[in-house]
Design a binder for this molecule. Structure first.
Ligand SMILES: Cc1cc2nc3c(=O)[nH]c(=O)nc-3n(C[C@H](O)[C@H](O)[C@H](O)COP(=O)(O)OP(=O)(O)OC[C@H]3O[C@@H](n4cnc5c(N)ncnc54)[C@H](O)[C@@H]3O)c2cc1C
Length: 508
């Protein structure tokens, strides 16, 4: 059968599905993925990979951060233009085939960016556009890029964007969940810096959404609504001058823990006083060798370092055993940290939120570190971290000034800490221990925070683990609006039912 006659036959199946009396949405048909794969192979042989080929292995394994994400889809389709994405969506819809979308592959939730042999993986690896506008005010970024490519591309122009703080992280996932950047105290969520999205709707139509055009509702939804709406094929992001920054990592031993927590608290409380500054304070535990290290990345968006903003993180207040803080292009620092994020380990995340209080940090730190010491010493090659990300009033205000976000973070209770708990390990047989621990320690800390009135309400999608109630933490009216936007652009629920992976607004 030719591609066209296959599609025509399948159209009949779809029409039947759409006109069924009680169902307005589609669901997949058993075996249909094989038909879709053969259509892709026939039309785009060089972009379609079956199992046991180098292209398939590359796309299903080497592009993921966590080994728990490796999967065996029926085939992988790797479009290289929005038109090819449109063809893919039309084919997947007509064949009623399940599919997953993968950008940088860093969301460590099994099934959220991958799919088993009953579905197809749509990889954005080949959508790798990087183009600076003539006036150098914006940069067009294809979703196949990782942040390291973006910073390296902009560096010769002395420019940067508000993007990820680790180079291997993908552009699309970070922007669709919001995005915490080193520049967020100046420019808000990374997504607040997007001026235009090109995306493929469920109908296969390619549109551009801006704050002011006919798709302004979709533009708003994409700033933190995840993958329920369309496939983004290009992000146009504001660029700004930032040729060199002061940035680096300081490490402290266990004897410094109390002063370290004091310093983190003080930055959380007063960090907004200098919006050029940012930190990523992380407590790193290696239970196998009974060691805990206190680390912070320090960042200052200027060629002149601030003498005061980091004084609590330097001697005599806090004595580091190493500190790489130096003036350098951001891209140089980003490249140097790749080594800290090896691929191929098993990974899990959980997210929590608190208001900024010294009691809150102490409670979280003590509960976490004692639970890890008591329960996880038997897990081989385990590294576990808890990061206290300071979210200043200024960060949230920047988002409001830029037109607001679906996340609707309550500025009246700011500043906050958004905590990211993470576990990296090697043996599959330890999965259950880690997952149970992740659930129980998170529930325990949340219960204590709530009892003391220290909990925050908003949960950041990009640091979350499976089952965490992300959209339920958005203001009810924003969630309602997200649902309306989803219904308007995808009434057949292609990006909900046929694309099961990801946090779905409809399911909140
Ligand atoms: C080591 C590490 C460092 C991190 N650092 C930061 C940081 O500095 N700041 C921060 O905010 N977050 C950070 N994160 C979290 C990160 O933002 C999320 O994991 C994010 O989802 C990664 O994006 P990705 O493209 O790699 O994800 P993927 O796993 O490829 O995708 C994530 C989700 O987006 C969907 N998606 C992907 N591409 C598209 C598309 N084109 N259209 C529609 N949907 C799509 C996928 O289906 C999936 O559900 C970090 C994560 C890790 C593991």
């Amino acid at each position: 059968m030719s591609t066209l006659s296959t599609l025509a036959a399948l159209l009949l199946v779809v029409q039947t599905a759409f006109t069924a009396p009680t169902e307005t949405s589609v669901s997949s048909v058993f075996g249909s993925e094989k038909v879709a794969c053969s259509i892709f192979k026939q039309k785009y042989p060089d972009h379609t990979f079956y199992p046991n080929t180098a292209g398939y292995t590359y796309e299903t394994q080497s592009q993921y951060w966590s080994a728990r994400q490796f999967s065996l889809p029926a085939c992988v389709f790797v479009p290289s233009s929005a038109t090819q994405v449109s063809f893919a969506i039309t084919t997947l819809t007509l064949t009623l085939s399940k599919f997953a979308i993968r950008g940088g592959g860093h969301m460590p939730v099994p099934g959220y960016n991958n799919i088993d042999s009953n579905g197809i993986l749509l990889s954005t690896s080949n959508l790798s556009t990087l183009a600076l506008s003539k006036d150098q005010a914006t940069v067009s970024i294809g979703p196949g890029n990782r942040w390291r490519n973006v910073y390296a591309y902009l560096q010769p122009y002395g420019l940067a964007v508000a993007g990820g703080r680790v180079g291997s992280v993908g552009v699309p996932g970070l922007l669709l969940g919001g995005g915490i950047s080193f520049y967020s105290n100046q420019y808000g969520f990374a997504s607040n810096n997007v001026v235009k999205y090109e995306c493929v709707l469920a109908s296969g139509i390619i549109i551009e959404a801006t704050a002011r055009n006919a798709y302004s509702d979709l533009f708003w939804a994409l700033k933190g609504g995840g993958n329920s709406f369309c496939i983004v094929t290009r992000f146009d992001l504001k660029a700004f001058k930032s040729p060199k920054v002061w940035v680096g990592m300081a490490q402290y031993d266990q004897s410094q823990s109390a002063n370290y927590l004091d310093a983190v608290y003080t930055f959380g409380k007063y960090g907004a006083l200098d919006s050029k500054a940012a930190i990523i304070p992380t407590v790193v535990m290696l239970p196998g060798i009974n060691t805990t290290i206190y680390v912070t990345a320090k960042f200052y968006d200027s060629e002149t370092s601030s003498p005061t903003v980091f004084e609590n993180f330097t001697a005599p207040n806090l004595v580091s055993f190493s500190d790489s803080f130096a003036l350098q292009p951001l891209s140089t620092y980003i490249d140097s940290t790749d080594v800290l994020q090896p691929l191929g380990l098993r990974q899990e995340f959980r997210v929590m939120s608190s208001i900024v209080s010294r009691d809150a940090i102490g409670l979280i730190h003590d509960t976490y570190t004692s639970a890890v010491s008591a329960k996880l010493s038997g897990v081989a090659n385990l590294t576990t971290t808890i990061t206290f990300q300071p979210i200043t009033k200024e960060f949230i205000q920047q988002g409001i000034n830029a037109g607001g976000n679906p996340q609707g973070v309550d500025i009246s209770k700011a500043p906050y800490f958004w905590m990211d708990e993470s576990w990296s390990w090697t043996r599959e047989e330890d999965d259950e221990t880690i997952l149970n621990f992740a659930d129980s320690v998170t529930a325990d800390i949340n219960k204590q925070l709530q009892a003391k009135g220290l909990a925050g309400t908003y949960l950041y999608m990009n640091d979350a683990g499976k089952g965490q109630p992300i959209f339920q933490s958005y203001p009810a009216k924003n969630l309602e609006r997200l649902k309306e936007v989803r219904e308007k652009y995808d009434p057949s629920r292609i990006y909900t039912n046929l694309t099961p992976g990801g946090w779905k607004v409809l399911q909140a």
